[in-house]
Design a protein around this ligand. Structure first.
Ligand SMILES: [Zn+2]
Length: 494
């Protein structure tokens, strides 16, 4: 590891600030739409004036998994944060870049404005954590407070602890103060006599997209669907937050010499058809994504924004560039290390192809929604997968982890193809990807991908079924359609 070679004197020489500006749920497609509507001038500036990676992907489209990979360079299986709300003691933290940066004399700060799905705290090598100290039952709150909660919760031993909290927080989301969060970040940076490592993640532009105040789009603005409209309106909120943050950092001198990495942790699928794949003699299958972390095939759900900039005296001094090699969030840690070692701010992918996987699918929005269950039923079925610790934090039950792992899609994403195994389909499927990364025709699963998927599954204690379906067969189409139908029902139920 290059950082191990540094001596004490290097602390001064390398005393440059490192700032990661993360935005939740932002696919390049959404950023482009926001830009067309002039909703995100700050984000546009960061993307277009940096070294912009047009083919950056997340290994897993969930916030905590993605951030653990960003900071450690490890795959979800390696760092262990492969589900949201896993008990922190089961997450491997040694490889987090924060520890090395601290040794080099950095003050390390983590800022997150909504910690429903990510409890990352000081034990991950951060000197300071900014953001609401929650972690309680917010996970379910938005939906619970719309339902007769007592009916659901009285079945569970921890209901008494949740009840008062649910009532107190009924207005969550609509009372969120976007500026207050930015002010808290700035005050954590201010007066530091050390160089700063600041990782910020803005979650306002995330489901259920109810952050206020949004920038309302005019009625005559055409957006493919109403959920995407709401999401776009909240992107404008985040844009203002990022603008205020950068202006504040500039005033404080924190951008006098700083590496700024602008990224998203994953994208979002809004059920828009991304492509129609023709199956010979059998017809078409639609490719589309819903949400994120639910399936690996959708480009919009898994494609991340990534742009890297060097600031001097508050101004961008690196030259804009667009690069189209496939990179991933697993490459960010190396980028930081390279920058400290030699000033280079390009991203060098560790692997041309990356392992991709989904998060938790059992008992959540997946199969249940497909059967026409409403949110109430889905929440009720999800609850047994969690426990509440004495401090009032909700965690996934470790004794359920095996069952949840078995529900994962696991695949290999390369620039020109994606191969994956989905337990919903029961077989390996491979697609060629077009120049934009959109799944195109079906191809036979390449041997090297099969071997890699198999190895990764073995790491989870899973076996990859050996048989494959003929790639143009009616049965494969049928299985893919059933999966697609699940996706439709899921959105209908939100
Ligand atoms: Zn996220």
């Amino acid at each position: 590891m290059p950082l191990d070679n540094y001596s004490q004197n290097d602390k001064v020489r390398h005393g440059k600030n490192i700032i990661i500006v993360g935005v939740d749920d932002l696919s390049p497609d959404m950023l482009m739409r926001a830009n067309k509507l002039d909703l995100a001038p700050t984000l546009k500036n960061l993307a277009e004036n940096g070294i912009q990676y047009s083919r950056a992907y997340t290994p897993l489209g969930r916030t905590s998994a993605a951030w653990a990979s960003i900071l450690s360079g490890d795959s979800p299986q390696e760092h262990g944060s492969y589900f949201n709300l896993r008990d922190l003691k089961n997450i491997k933290k040694e490889h987090f870049v924060t520890f090395k940066l601290r040794e080099l004399g950095y003050k390390t700060i983590w800022a997150l404005d909504e910690r429903r799905f990510n409890y990352m705290d000081e034990t991950f090598g951060f000197d300071k954590v900014v953001g609401p100290k929650t972690g309680l039952m917010e996970f379910f709150l938005k939906d619970l407070t719309r339902f007769p909660v007592n009916n659901i919760l009285l079945q569970f031993s921890f209901s008494k602890k949740i009840f008062p909290y649910a009532y107190e927080n009924a207005g969550y989301g609509t009372t969120y103060n976007p500026n207050g969060f930015v002010r808290s970040i700035l005050s954590s940076v201010q007066d530091s006599d050390k160089p700063i490592f600041l990782a910020v993640h803005f979650e306002s532009a995330h489901y259920p997209w109810e952050t206020r105040p949004v920038q309302k789009l005019d009625d005559d603005v055409k957006v493919p669907n109403p959920i995407m409209r709401r999401a776009l309106e909240t992107v404008a909120v985040v844009d203002r937050q990022v603008r205020n943050l950068l202006q504040g950092l500039e005033r404080q001198g924190a951008l006098d010499d700083a590496l700024v990495i602008f990224l998203s942790d994953h994208g979002e699928g809004f059920l828009e058809t991304e492509n129609k794949v023709k199956m010979e003699n059998v017809g078409f299958v639609n490719i589309r994504g819903y949400g994120h972390g639910n399936e690996v095939l959708s480009d919009r759900a898994n494609h991340a924004v990534l742009s890297i900039l060097h600031f001097k005296n508050g101004k961008i001094v690196s030259l804009p560039e667009t690069r189209d090699e496939q990179v991933s969030l697993l490459d960010i840690k190396n980028t930081i290390e390279n920058y400290l070692e030699n000033g280079d701010i390009h991203v060098y992918p560790k692997n041309a192809c990356i392992i991709v996987e989904t998060g938790k699918k059992v008992g959540g929005f997946g199969a249940l929604a497909a059967k026409g269950n409403n949110n109430l039923k889905i929440i009720e079925t999800s609850l047994p997968f969690y426990r509440l610790n004495p401090e009032g934090f909700v965690y996934l039950r470790e004794d359920k982890i095996k069952e949840l792992i078995a529900s994962k899609d696991i695949g290999v994403r390369c620039k020109d193809r994606i191969t994956y195994f989905s337990p919903d389909i029961g077989y390996l499927v491979a697609h060629a990807l077009n120049a934009e990364g959109i799944p195109d025709q079906l191809i036979p699963p390449p041997e090297e991908d099969i071997a890699r998927i198999s190895r990764y599954m073995t790491g989870y204690g899973l076996d990859l079924p050996q048989s494959t379906l003929a790639i143009q067969s009616p049965e494969l189409k049928q299985r893919m359609l059933i999966r697609d139908a699940k996706q439709v029902d899921i959105m209908d139920n939100r």
